[in-house]
Design a protein around this ligand. Structure first.
Ligand code: ZN
Length: 317
């Protein structure tokens, strides 16, 4: 039974990358995701913000990037999301392994974590990813334009894996403030869930000897957790304040509303509302086709477009 104040799984994960075209080619042509939104970093409009997801941008399927040519690499360490496992249907792992090998993607040996078949690999900027077979059905809209057949398409973000120097304060936040339940331990990692299974896991490992990670290409910037609407976000924000942390005021991101805070272990967390959603300013069939800006940046469109490199969405398979 979930607490009154509780998140409902992962909303999206945002990472940093180098060349935007290489990033786009990998996630759309390689992993078969749909570019559902082509926008700019609202805090730095000279940088793209690219959103990859299922056909509709269903919350929980969304991986987003701030790609910038020449960005220095990040440094892996504690206090950041160190790997983003993605869910695939049971039985699809061999097909995916062959696809990644054929495309020259570095991949680790297959492993089993928490009883789940897992294939770990990296994106072209070195961001650690994994494909994890799941048995359960997830809310997911197949993308007809994907080079990956619908029955093998990525179902969304499965979990986030975070290393912290001292797990205690992070665990208290997860359990007492954010509504996570402890569900097990495997090979030095402990797992919590907020909501239903795949798409709602956080895995934590305690690692007192590694220095903090640093942002840069190939590093995760933040993980956003789902809240249903503004009222739920306000209540959770208050609980986070009572827990002694310092969340931002709610920020209107146009497609959803966001609150950011650092969890005690150092990782940047966001609370993001499920709506209004990505179809607020584009027809569902046209998602991602053109640069969209929130209304308050629209007056600067000409200058913003001139500063951004050209992008070509790979032809569908
Ligand atoms: Zn975010």
């Amino acid at each position: 039974m979930q607490q009154e104040n509780a998140v409902h799984g992962i909303h999206h994960v945002t990472a940093l990358a180098g060349d935007p075209q290489r990033n786009l080619d990998f996630y759309v042509d390689g992993l078969g995701l749909r570019l559902v939104k082509r926008s700019v970093n609202q805090d730095d409009p000279a940088t793209y913000h690219l959103f990859y997801a299922d056909a509709e941008g269903t919350p929980g399927t969304d991986l987003t990037f701030f790609p910038q040519r020449g960005m220095a690499p990040g440094r892996p360490g504690v206090g950041q999301v160190g790997e983003v496992p993605l869910a695939i249907p049971a039985g699809a792992l061999e097909w995916w392994r062959d696809r990644l090998v054929a495309r020259g993607v570095w991949h680790a040996e297959e492993t089993t974590r928490f009883g789940e078949r897992t294939l770990a690999f990296r994106d072209p900027d070195g961001l650690p990813l994994a494909l994890v077979e799941i048995d359960e059905e997830r809310r997911f809209a197949p993308w007809a334009g994907s080079p990956v057949p619908a029955e093998r398409q990525i179902r969304g973000v499965h979990a986030v894996r975070i290393r912290v120097a001292d797990a205690g304060p992070t665990v208290r936040l997860l359990e007492e403030t954010m509504g996570f339940d402890s569900v097990g331990e495997d090979a030095g990692w402990r797992r919590w869930v907020a909501g239903d299974g795949s798409g709602a896991y956080v895995d934590l490992a305690e690692d007192p000897d590694t220095p903090p990670g640093r942002w840069g290409s190939g590093a995760v910037h933040h993980v956003a957790w789902r809240v249903r609407q503004d009222e739920e976000q306000d209540a959770l924000r208050e609980a986070i304040v009572r827990a002694g942390l310092r969340p931002t005021q709610p920020i209107d991101r146009f497609w959803f509303r966001s609150v950011y805070f650092r969890e005690p272990g150092g990782t940047l967390f966001e609370l993001a509302t499920d709506g209004p959603g990505f179809d607020r300013d584009e027809r569902p069939e046209a998602l991602g086709e053109s640069l969209v800006l929130p209304p308050w940046l629209e007056e600067h469109r000409e200058r913003i477009e001139a500063a951004l490199p050209a992008l070509e969405v790979p032809a569908s398979g």
